[in-house]
Design a protein around this ligand. Sequence first.
Ligand SMILES: [Zn+2]
Length: 349
Amino acid sequence: MTAPYLIVDAHEDIAFNAIVLGRDPRRAVQETRAQEPPKGVDGIATSGLPNLLAGNVRIVFATLYVSPHTNPNPANKTYQTPEEAQTLAQEQLAYYALLAADPRIALITSRADLKRIVESPEPRLGLVILMEGADPIVKPQDVGKWHEGGVRLIGPAWSQTRYSGGTGKPGPLTPLGKELMREMTRAKFILDTSHMAEESFMQALDLFEGTVVASHSNVRKFVPTDRQLSDDMIRALVKRDGVIGAVFYNQFLRHQWRQNGAAKNAVTFATVIEHMKYICDLAGSTRHCGIGTDFDGGFGMEATPKEIDTVSDLQKYGNALADAGFTDADIRGIMGGNWLRVLERALPA
Ligand SMILES: [Zn+2]
């Protein structure tokens, strides 16, 4: 029997789900499901610590995600002002510190932390903290404080923020956004471009000098919305040796999946691989592809590919890549190795 793949999942909204939806991430998915209505809260739960560990998901980029008041979902705690956003994000950051008291969980803020998690004989989960939408940063000069607090990636946009055009809201970086790029370079953050409007994205890549990724984005060629990456954006990320996390959300894998009747089984790992192969072909290699499931990020198991019941089924994605003809080395890169390369390059010692 071959060793399981070491998996890095570059996007899960763990603190938001705990604080806003009342989902304890230390519970198994099955336990969460038993406590929720049949359709779940915000969908049927997919991720939980025992399932992550069973699937050898060793690292998750765990978000600080706070909803602007324009978000129509009434379950959300929302913000109007930057100060309110800051308070909500700090609450989530404190929650991750609390989670790390569990011996099975650790925060990863350095290469030494990373090494401990990767080399741990017992499966343990390492969390790399990612701010999704930069509104909680009251002013760009505050990024140093967030870095000290343990945040290692910042995505300037979700929808539009004070910094950047975002999903459904095209446009350039604001003057504040340009300043943020300089401050993020100085503080050695990783820039997460997922959700950025294309115009903002291109400006950000010109201004920001550090490591650039897209934690959870698919290919616009197949799903033509501004939430996905255009060919130019993919090429720009490749040029910076960035990595793109594949989102395991059917609506982002198959054009108008929901509008066309929403059968879970209509989308399979083959669909994910189609997106991924497209990126590999543009790049001329597999080193820019990774996983960024966004599991439980506003959708549930019912909106994930056929083969997924819980997050531990990601192991089977590796088998599907093998069936599709990828080499073992390439598969290990896609499952986690490519993200590890990014973290080793970008994290402090
Ligand atoms: Zn997102």
